[in-house]
Design a protein around this ligand. Structure first.
Ligand code: FAD
Length: 450
């Protein structure tokens, strides 16, 4: 099924409200849309190696398309011009997410890795590190990066503000001029040996921005976000996990830190309490907000497939989409998608006005990121499900792509804390923080056993 028709209501000039962005930014979104139509849409299946999951085809396709995206400047959009980047607003970052995810949400996530790590260094005002990484980010070569958060004891614990980061067990201790890191992360991606990221179209890996603690009992005050170069001594990886989607766009691995030593300057946060603020506001918060834009793009792709299909499928001589029951389904999909979009755009615009809406890491902003991501997740669930039902068996078939969108949306709804965590964070934004019952007793037990 091709995206053969142009739907004005789904075009950048109609969907990206000028209340939140400029005409020029909308034209940029249109350029990305055209790139996606021409170069990504025909290769959506190749991105996971086709029906037979051909690893070589998948990696070659991923890296070649990523190189094109780097060439278009999509990965350096939020790096300020002073470092050679484009210095574009967070709203543009979100349009990039939405437009790329319309083609493939894994590719959009890959581009977002660079936006993500740049945002941490900007938040901590780390001119020295931005200067160090900028040449690789703005150059012609393509590089990837990874943010390592999740631990075996439970990802959602770490993302739970009520637990104040007390469950982190990746410990960083200072030794002379270095940080020495010991611990174990699960699921970070893209990860693994450096040579997996050194291919004809990929220059390498920038490394692992790792959420650590100097002391779990210090809670939020102990949080340290530390950059670990990809070839650091003491770093080792498991084989990539086998999973339902995101097969090669995000190679997820266990990462073992066996007294990994990195220079002191690689701790991103520099002031007391800043590590926790960056992890809450930028790692988790902006990560969820980016997820909202990507889920919206994915949902639109599904709507377009179904619109096209329902034009050709007839019921008693009339296109299916003109029969009231099915027209209603399509309108419902549109309603969810546009509300998800207008909401994530509004929250993204609010991010640029902390003087009005609060710091990135405030409980109120975290509630809004979580509302945006969870609503967009519900929207994607609804669109994939309703879309597949409307297309019948063809929707279930590999060839029509909905089954891939259905496999892919699920993890974007679940990562960085999950759909339930989103709801709890919205509640905490509404009526303030609360602690889990039994928290004090649990913490006492932890101390006794350590
Ligand atoms: C494709 C993919 C890519 C990923 N990429 C990365 C990455 O780049 N970096 C990284 O660090 N991790 C990554 N992850 C991991 C992901 O973010 C975590 O798996 C996720 O946050 C949930 O953690 P968990 O799997 O440990 O689930 P658990 O913590 O065991 O939670 C299971 C479910 O229970 C609920 N729950 C549990 N505890 C709580 C709580 N305290 N409050 C509310 N709800 C709760 C949540 O709904 C949660 O979804 C990735 C995972 C996948 C599959």
């Amino acid at each position: 099924m091709v995206h053969e028709e142009y739907y004005k209501l789904l075009s950048p000039e109609h969907k990206y409200t000028q209340a939140f962005c400029t005409e020029e930014e909308i034209r940029m979104a249109d350029t990305i849309r055209q790139f996606v139509n021409k170069e990504v849409m025909p290769k959506r299946s190749d991105l996971e190696g086709g029906w037979h999951r051909d690893e070589q085809l998948a990696i070659e396709t991923q890296h070649a398309l990523y190189k094109r995206m780097v060439g278009m400047g999509l990965t350096k959009s939020n790096l300020p011009e002073a470092y050679g980047g484009l210095g574009l607003s967070p709203v543009v970052r979100q349009m990039i997410n939405e437009e790329l995810a319309r083609g493939d949400i894994g590719l959009a996530t890959l581009a977002g890795k660079i936006h993500w790590i740049v945002s941490f260094m900007l938040a901590a005002d780390r001119d020295d590190l931005l200067k160090e990484f900028a040449p690789r980010i703005v150059g012609e070569e393509s590089w990837t990066a990874c943010v390592a958060i999740t631990e075996p004891a439970g990802g959602a614990n770490l993302e739970d503000p009520a637990q104040e980061f007390r469950t982190i067990r990746t410990i960083a201790r200072q030794d002379g001029g270095d940080w020495v890191i010991r611990g174990h992360k699960i699921w970070p991606g893209p990860g693994g040996p450096l040579n997996r990221y050194q291919t004809p179209d990929m220059a390498g890996h920038l490394g692992y921005w790792t959420v650590c603690t100097t002391d779990p009992s210090k809670g939020s005050d102990g949080v340290a976000l530390i950059h670990v170069p990809p070839d650091a001594k003491g770093l080792s990886f498991s084989k990539p996990y086998e999973k339902m989607g995101f097969c090669w766009s995000d190679e997820n691995v266990d990462i073992y830190f066996d007294d990994v030593r990195v220079p002191k300057k690689y701790r991103i946060d520099t002031e007391p309490g800043q590590g926790a603020q960056i992890v809450k506001g930028y790692v988790i918060g902006l990560g969820r907000l980016a997820g909202a834009a990507r889920l919206t793009g994915l949902s639109q792709a599904v709507l377009e497939i179904v619109l096209n299909s329902a034009k050709h499928r007839e019921i008693v001589g009339q296109p299916m989409r003109e029969r009231s029951l099915f027209a209603n389904h399509l309108a419902e999909m549109y309603r969810h998608i546009d509300l998800a979009r207008q909401y994530y755009l509004s929250v993204t615009w609010q991010v640029t006005h902390p003087e009005l809406y609060g710091a990135h890491w405030s409980a109120e902003m975290i509630a809004k990121y979580s509302a945006a991501r969870s609503f967009a997740g519900d929207c994607a669930k609804f669109c994939c499900n309703a879309g597949m039902e409307m297309m019948g068996s063809y929707g279930y078939a590999y060839e029509f792509n909905i089954e891939k969108y259905m496999r892919d949306y699920k993890i974007v709804q679940m990562w960085l804390g999950g759909a339930q965590r989103d709801r709890l964070d919205i509640a905490q934004g509404l009526f303030g923080p609360f602690k889990w019952g039994g928290f004090d007793a649990w913490e006492k037990k932890q101390k006794l056993s350590s």
